[in-house]
Design a protein around this ligand. Structure first.
Ligand code: NAD
Length: 480
């Protein structure tokens, strides 16, 4: 598959497209392994210039009427929606997901622009009387300034707009560094925002396949006052240590090991439908992907049979083919990592009901896989799989399911299926996670606070909460 004509491959700094000081790096089509584009590789000077541009643009952007910032975001929503087919195709090309998934992502991603165009005009402060009555407490919200936004490859559009939209709504200027596997979508988003009226320097995008030095340099720059990161817990933890040097405010959306509970009274067909979404959306490469199916003993066999039947129907192919329901994994490393986790889980005693191997074909594919008799301490149960593998663990009762679910250092999303809503809410409340899908296989919603507890992250994106991550509070003590 070829790159659509006009797709930007350069850095975007201070309203100009430019080459990278360190040459280029290749972006691959994961369905074949072929090169789709050579993308600019930023050097130190590019990082410095992007930060300088954002720092220079920030005061003017922050001083604009909230309605003006809102109009830019609203226009970005409209342009992104109008260009949705092109953006969906590009994402399927560079990341590999099916067009169905890419189209859904463009819709979801564009909605962050619309939601935060609505929130931009609702940033408020407070007036309180101090308990002693001696004075008033007046609060203002102000944008941090320059925000560094770092995004993963699995949702190249949505993970970017989920940061760009609230940051811009709040009045921050941004430097976005997308993942090296999927930089093209981020560059197109810079085009969208520029066409929507974002002034030069307000949005900058720098790309590199060696992210460590680029990010370290940016975090060491005194002008960067905010870090928002989505990615693995390992890298998030490293960046928190770097951010600590200058006490940079940090929001972290990190990894998951999400439990999917099927209680003994669940509607199994609904649970399988939800499981298909929770597990197979994005080929299983989602932080919200169901990682461990914790199923009541009495229904486990039937659930496994039904899930394997549905997963077995998925057509494997290039994301850009209309008929594809399961695309390739993003790169060879991810593919090998999934195969390794399945092998270790089977060696530990699990049974392969479906799939379980790497298909003999070009590209980075992995088969839709269902495993039963999965030991609770095996690789598939304890590590984030990030692929189309559904490990099923049987549990005795609700308490056992909750104990297994909470026996993880991760706490992003949980799913609960039951016909009894009160029982479902009781279980939901006990799960140590930031989000629960109760009789639903998907939780993502631009209007909802997205985020995790424990090692799954700090802060929330989306909802009313998302814009707060880019605002700090000044309080004035006064009386009148
Ligand atoms: P990753 O941590 O490898 O990369 C994320 C970003 O960090 C990329 O931009 C990458 O270039 C950059 N990066 C990598 N190494 C770096 C380093 N040493 N210094 C500075 N930056 C570095 O993650 P990934 O593989 O791209 O994404 C998958 C992970 O992201 C999974 O763990 C998944 O659960 C998580 N994720 C979380 C959410 C969420 O909202 N909680 C959403 C999507 C993905």
């Amino acid at each position: 598959m070829t790159l659509p004509a006009g797709t930007p491959t350069q850095l975007y700094v201070d309203g100009e497209w430019r080459d990278g000081a360190n040459g280029t790096f290749d972006v691959l089509d994961p369905s074949t392994g072929a090169v789709v584009a050579a993308v600019a590789k930023a050097g130190d000077a590019d990082v410095d210039d992007a930060i300088a541009a954002a720092a220079a643009a920030h005061p003017g952007w922050a001083a604009k009427a909230p309605r003006e910032r809102a109009e830019v975001l609203r226009k970005a929503f409209e342009l992104m929606t109008a260009r949705s087919e092109d953006i969906a195709y590009l994402m399927s090309l560079e990341m590999g997901k099916s067009l169905t998934d890419s189209r859904a992502e463009v819709t979801y991603a564009a909605e962050f622009f619309r939601w935060y165009s609505e929130e931009a005009v609702r940033v408020g402060g407070e007036v309180r009387t101090s308990p002693s009555g001696a004075n008033r407490i007046v609060t203002f919200k102000k944008p941090f300034g320059v925000a560094l936004l770092l995004t993963p490859w699995n949702f190249p559009a949505a993970m970017a707009t989920r940061k760009l939209a609230p940051a811009l709504a709040a009045g921050c200027a941004v430097v976005l560094k997308p993942a090296e596997d999927t930089p093209l979508t981020a560059l197109v988003l810079a085009q969208v925002l520029t066409d929507a009226g974002a002034p030069a320097g307000v949005v900058n995008v720098i790309t590199s396949d060696v992210p460590g030095p680029v990010v370290e340099r940016a975090l060491a720059d005194g002008r960067v006052r905010k870090l928002s990161f989505t990615g693995s817990t390992g890298v998030g933890s490293l960046l928190l240590k770097q951010a600590a040097d200058r006490v940079v405010d940090s929001s972290m959306e990190l990894g998951g090991n999400d439990p999917f509970l099927v209680l003994d009274d669940a509607d199994l067909d609904a649970a399988v439908e939800g499981a298909m979404l929770a597990k197979m959306r994005n080929g299983g490469q989602a932080c919200t992907a169901a990682n461990r199916f914790l199923v009541a003993e009495s229904v486990a066999a039937e659930f496994a049979t039904k899930l394997a039947a549905k997963m077995g129907e998925l057509t494997l192919g290039a994301g850009t083919d209309e008929s594809t329901k399961l695309g390739p994994m993003v790169n060879a490393k991810q593919q090998a990592g999934i195969a390794d986790k399945v092998t270790r889980t089977v060696d530990a005693g699990a049974t392969v009901v479906l799939g379980g191997s790497t298909p003999e074909r070009a590209g980075f594919f992995y088969e839709a896989t269902v495993l039963t008799d999965v030991p609770r301490d095996s690789a598939a149960a304890t590590e984030e799989i990030f692929g189309p593998v559904a490990p099923i663990i049987t549990v005795r009762d609700d308490e056992d399911a909750i104990a297994v679910a909470n026996g993880s250092e991760m706490g992003l999303t949980g799913y609960v299926y039951t016909r009894d809503l009160a029982r479902g809410l009781r279980v939901s409340e006990k799960l140590e996670v930031g989000m629960v899908g109760l009789n639903r296989g998907i939780v993502s919603d631009p209007a909802a606070p997205f985020g995790g507890v424990k090692q799954s992250g700090l802060g929330r994106e989306g909802g009313f909460e998302g814009i707060e991550e880019y605002l700090e509070t000044t309080y004035v003590a006064t009386s009148w």
